[in-house]
Design a protein around this ligand. Structure first.
Ligand SMILES: O=c1nc[nH]c2c1ncn2[C@H]1C[C@H](O)[C@@H](COP(=O)(O)OP(=O)(O)OP(=O)(O)O)O1
Ligand SMILES: [Mg+2]
Length: 197
């Protein structure tokens, strides 16, 4: 029987990222679409960690199972860390295209050397009999002036990865996982995960 890992997300792009990361480790990824499609979890926290904990604990409580949640976003230096924890709602309601347009407008005229940014990812692990804990991963980059590539999701088309000289949306899911904030956070879970699931 394949081991399953439950992720408290309703973001299909994130789910794909997790599949690329967990499939090679022998886990099948299960999301809220499979186990709690009608559940809404409000993200009332002011940090990535707080929101990740909220999501993980709510779903773990509902399912009485071990759950991982991801709260993530983009922090742009020239915008004092915006959109940050509000990344999904920056231009309204979960509209990736509108969010990108807003970022590009705000950065209009800002030169390349001042367009530095990082993706952040807090993962929370929660479950019955388990004290919830979190890990954090980041990925450094530069905000492009226009979109490049069609892979990934969210802000990937405007996030340039200097290390690979490509936009995040020009990477395969495996290439992204090797350097991404999400991949870096998951690698911090690698030691404990087999003991939990
Ligand atoms: O690898 C990434 N590549 C591009 N964009 C990304 C990435 N990682 C997070 N992001 C952006 C997308 C969204 O605007 C926000 C996450 O918001 P966040 O609340 O964590 O996720 P969500 O609401 O889309 O799904 P859910 O809460 O159900 O997991 O940051
Ligand atoms: Mg969300």
């Amino acid at each position: 029987m394949t081991k399953q890992v439950v992720i408290a997300t309703k973001n299909k792009g994130k789910a794909k990222d997790f599949e690329a990361l967990f499939t090679p480790l022998g886990y099948e990824v299960v999301t809220m679409f499979d186990v709690a499609p009608n559940m809404e979890i409000e993200e009332t926290g002011t940090t990535f960690e707080e929101n990740a904990v909220l999501k993980a604990e709510a779903l773990a409580e509902a399912l009485q199972m071990l759950v991982i949640a991801d709260d993530s976003g983009l922090a742009i230096d020239a915008l004092n860390g915006e959109p940050g924890v509000y990344s999904a709602r920056y231009a309204g309601d979960h509209d990736d295209e509108a969010n990108i347009v807003k970022v590009l407008e705000k950065l209009q005229g800002v030169p390349e050397e001042q367009r530095t940014a990082r993706f952040c990812c807090a993962l929370a692990v929660a479950g019955p009999q388990l004290e919830t804990y979190t890990v954090f991963g980041t990925c450094e980059g530069v905000i492009l002036e226009e979109k490049r590539g069609t892979n990934g999701f969210g802000y990937d088309p405007i996030f340039y990865v200097p290390q690979l000289q490509r936009a995040m949306a020009e990477l395969s899911p495996e290439e992204k996982g090797a350097i991404s904030h999400r991949g870096n956070a998951i690698r911090k879970l690698a030691d404990v995960l087999p003991t939990l699931i």
